[in-house]
Structure formats: structure tokens, C-alpha cells
Design a binder for this molecule. Structure first.
Ligand SMILES: *Cc1c(COP(=O)(O)O)cnc(C)c1O
Length: 220
């Protein structure tokens, strides 16, 4: 148990000069491990489950930026709306509508990333290129004032085939590069890359990586 500080320092040294934000993925890991990484300087943490995120955030410093990186269900948005920093992985209009509603209820504007399906795997969530364009249009027309689309998120295939992983990231980067015409925020966020593929993701243009096991150890 315990965190891998050596790995944290190594990864930070790679990311900082490149201007890439590290989201430390702490799902299933105890509050004490998160606090250790916090004490080492880390401020952005990612969680996949609403209840777990709510419980942990109550026991940790309030200047942590909490990223929700799991599949968010509409009926649970209200629990994280008061404090969540960025919701990755949003892939449908009804969810955006609910995030907007709960954000307004809290007097906040909540930043979201749209998840694009780039892997070959069937089980992953995410939008096709066509669905992405349609959703952006739909959101713009709805004129929501409680949410901001800040960029895109994607997960590559879990594969040893690095060419394939690279080309999936490149596909997402290409879509991302065509976004600024439509979305007026600077800088936009491209969240791609995990423990096994973050180096490739950065080479392909990622500016936010979500890393868990390299920092906290394998999850059982
Ligand atoms: C668990 C998870 C990660 C981190 O995975 P590691 O391989 O442990 O780095 C990143 N992104 C998402 C969406 C996850 O669910």
C-alpha cells in the first residue's frame, strides 16, 4: 500500500514543462493515500463513483480540484454539483441538461468535457464524430448558462498495439483541433492518456492525463 512518490515526481517532471495537467485517479484508494499525494503538492484528483467522491471530498482539503471521470448518471448529478471542478465523459444531452440545472441551483457554472468514442471496444461510452457535432449544436441552441463545454475526453483501446493506440489518440486530437471555431474557451482541454498510454497521448497532443495505478499502485 501507499503511494509511489518516485513515480509522482518522475511524471510531474515530464508533464510540467509540456504544460500537461495531471489528474491523479484515486478511485478505490483510501483518503490517507490522497492526502499523501496532496502533501506532495498534487491538487487535481479524479474519481469514478459519485458516492465515493462525495465521501472522500468531505475528509480532504477544500482546495482540491475534483474531477469526475466515471459514467455520470443524471439522478446523481445533484450530489457533486456543489463542488465538482470538471466533469469528463459527458456524452448525452439529457445529462448536460441536468448538469446545467444543478449548476444553476448551486449558483455555479460547471465545466464539462464531451467524451468521444475512439477505441474499438464496444463497452466504452462516448460519441461518434457525427454525434459530437450534433450535440455541440444542440447545446449551443439550448443556450445553457450553467455549463461550459471545455473540451474533449477519450480512452484508447487497452492494447499492446501502440500504433493503434497512437492512431486513436490522433483521431481525437484532430477532432479537438477543429473545436475552437465552435467553442470560445481558451485554453481548451484535451483529456486523454492513462497509466499505460499517457506518453503516447502527450505526443499526440493531450494536455490533461488521468493517471491512477502508476501513482497509487494497482487496483484490486
Ligand atoms: C481508472 C481510470 C483512469 C486511470 O487508470 P490507470 O490505468 O490506473 O491510470 C483514467 N481514466 C478513467 C476514465 C478511468 O476510469
Amino acid at each position: 500500500m501507499g503511494i509511489n512518490l518516485h513515480s509522482y515526481n518522475t511524471i510531474s517532471k515530464e508533464l510540467d514543462p509540456a504544460g500537461v495537467t495531471l489528474v491523479a485517479v484515486s478511485k478505490i484508494k483510501p483518503v490517507s493515500d490522497i492526502k499523501s499525494l496532496y502533501d506532495a503538492g498534487q491538487r487535481d484528483f479524479g474519481e469514478n463513483y459519485v458516492q465515493e467522491l462525495v465521501d472522500k471530498s468531505g475528509h480532504l482539503p477544500s482546495d482540491i480540484h475534483w474531477h469526475f471521470i466515471g459514467h455520470l448518471q443524471s439522478n446523481k448529478v445533484k450530489y457533486i454539483a456543489p463542488f465538482v471542478h470538471l466533469v469528463h465523459g459527458v456524452d448525452n444531452f439529457n445529462l448536460i441538461k441536468e448538469v446545467n440545472k444543478q449548476a444553476l441551483r448551486c449558483g455555479r457554472v460547471i465545466d464539462i468535457l464531451l467524451q468521444v468514442h475512439i477505441s474499438e471496444e464496444e463497452t466504452k461510452f462516448g460519441l461518434s464524430e457525427e454525434q459530437l457535432a450534433a450535440l455541440i449544436t444542440q447545446v449551443r441552441e439550448a443556450g445553457f448558462s450553467g455549463i461550459r463545454i471545455r473540451g474533449l475526453m477519450g480512452m484508447a483501446s487497452f492494447s499492446e498495439d501502440t500504433d493503434k493506440v497512437r492512431s486513436e489518440f490522433a483521431t481525437l486530437k484532430k477532432l479537438f483541433s477543429s473545436l475552437p471555431n465552435e467553442i470560445p474557451f481558451d485554453p481548451l482541454v484535451l483529456s486523454m492518456g492513462m497509466s499505460g498510454d499517457y506518453k503516447i497521448a502527450i505526443e499526440e497532443g493531450s494536455n490533461m492525463v488521468r493517471i491512477g495505478s502508476l501513482l497509487f499502485g494497482a487496483r484490486s
